[in-house]
Design a protein around this ligand. Structure first.
Ligand code: ATP
Ligand code: ATP
Ligand code: MG
Ligand code: MG
Ligand code: MG
Ligand code: MG
Ligand code: MG
Length: 287
């Protein structure tokens, strides 16, 4: 073991292990994406290439880190949920956050050409210095209810922002307003008002917009879906209803689960995660 008179500086490192037995959420967010969108010509309000790219990077992160049970993405952000029993990096916050952020960023940049280059109408190579970068933070949620409320918060935010952006950009792109006029018109409006503006002025039924934009993206490991009518699912429903905590698992089961998780297919869906149905049909996610 290397020993030097300088070794003492290690003592300046502060412990940052996250609270045990809690669900860890690492949320990353694009830095200055408003500017980045403008530079690389993202379509407004939603550039599908950019969302597909976010989702590809999130899938790569989940493949790399089997301890992640689920991820939820919208706009330039992604939340990664680590299982409450996760022991990766002894749960050190700086290690977890920096690993997620750099893995995500590496795959985002690596996959950029797949989504933004390769044809005459779609050829937007990355050019320094304005390159995609992300920040990140970790937050612990002690109960399944808290965790689900966190995810609900993000999905509700997705809905509110998307309805606003869809209306705003319709006013600008189809209604000939400038951004000051559109902002002024939307000030103080409720959801119903925006739905009405979209429908009466632009014949857009918001309900018919893509779920990818309305609901965001949910990434998870897919096993066999539980049939809502089976007894298996009745138990799961009960567990979700009472937001019961998963039991403490034995080491061998944990190892087995880890292997199964590492092998499972990772899918991206644009679905409601606020209602119980998503969780009832996939009881393995929060157990
Ligand atoms: P910060 O560094 O503080 O996060 P930011 O400019 O990234 O600043 P955000 O609040 O994160 O601010 O907003 C992200 C911006 O990127 C929003 O304007 C959002 O509309 C835009 N954006 C993200 N993804 C897309 C997309 N797929 N298509 C179009 N616009 C997008
Ligand atoms: P961890 O994920 O725990 O950091 P690690 O394999 O990255 O694991 P480190 O202690 O960070 O372990 O060691 C980095 C390794 O990379 C060392 O073996 C080091 O010799 C090697 N390495 C780093 N840079 C170079 C380089 N430029 N040329 C040759 N080897 C290098
Ligand atoms: Mg930010
Ligand atoms: Mg951002
Ligand atoms: Mg953001
Ligand atoms: Mg090293
Ligand atoms: Mg290293």
């Amino acid at each position: 073991m290397a020993n030097s008179k300088y070794e003492y500086v290690r003592l300046f490192e502060q412990p940052d292990a996250l609270l045990p037995n809690t669900w860890i959420v690492v949320r990353i967010d694009g830095r200055g994406f408003t500017k980045l969108c403008a530079k690389y010509g993202f379509e407004k309000p939603n550039d599908k290439r950019a969302i597909d790219l976010m989702n590809a990077a999130a899938k790569a992160v989940m493949t790399d880190l089997p301890e992640i049970v689920l991820a939820y993405g919208v706009s330039d952000e992604y939340s990664f949920v680590f299982h409450k029993t996760c022991q990766l990096f002894e749960r050190r916050a700086s290690k977890l956050v920096s690993t997620v952020v750099s893995t995500f960023t590496a795959f985002y940049i690596h996959s950029w050409p797949t989504f933004f280059e390769g044809s005459l109408i779609n050829d937007v190579p990355l050019v320094a210095p304005l390159l995609p970068t992300f920040d990140g933070r970790a937050v612990c949620y002690p109960s399944v209810q808290n965790l689900r409320d966190y995810l609900n918060w993000r999905q509700v935010d997705c809905h509110i922002n998307n309805l606003y952006n869809t209306t705003f950009w319709a006013l600008v792109q189809k209604g000939g307003m400038d951004s000051v006029e559109a902002t002024e018109l939307l000030k103080g409006t409720f959801s119903a008002d925006k739905n009405e503006i979209l429908f009466s002025r632009f014949q857009i039924n918001y309900n018919n917009e893509h779920d990818m934009y309305k609901k965001g993206s949910v990434v998870f490991r897919d096993y066999e879906l539980v049939n809502p009518a089976s007894s298996n699912s009745a138990q799961a429903a009960e567990a979700v209803d009472s937001v019961a905590e998963p039991p403490i698992v034995s080491k061998s089961k944990a190892e087995n689960d880890k292997k199964r998780r590492a092998k499972a297919r990772i899918t991206v869906e644009h679905i409601d995660i606020i209602k119980d149905d998503f969780w009832v049909r996939r009881p393995w996610l929060l157990t």
